[in-house]
Design a protein. Sequence first.
Length: 186
Amino acid sequence: MRVFVDFEASSLKKNGFPVEVGWVFEDGAAEGHLIRPAPGWTDWDASAEAIHHLSREQLEREGVPHDVVARRMVEALGGHDLFASAPSWDGKWLSLLLRAAGFPRHTLRLRDTEIAQAESAGEVLDGLLTPGEAAGAIADIVAAVRTEAERHTPRHRAVDDAQGERQRWLAVRRRAQEKAAALRAP
């Protein structure tokens, strides 16, 4: 099953670390965790806090220990197709979290959400267009949904942003289904 994953972080600097993770399965089931920092995770950027509105004190007080979050992610997400809108950044936070908990950094892997979108549209349009036509139609659908999504500001909370990625994936699938229905119409 496809799963959309998002992280919030302490900073975008080299020593930044994950402060929140959320994921949403394609069926809508969701889960999120504030992450209590691991020992040695000290880099904090006030501008990042101003975006996600999570303080280090709140993480210390309400966060789940980093190793518990990592184990839960491996348990819940292993064997699924994981997607993120910014897989290089989210992958960095995922890798750091996994390694801090003693897991190999590639225990879980993220791919770009646009891959999930294109795969779904391709499944819907399969056999209805030539490969070249399908590629063009899929690119147009994904671009239209991306343009529409850019009009909305992300909330910068992990589950909400992962839910937004799922909604964009659903929008691509819906547009592909509309295109398929139009192609099948007499």
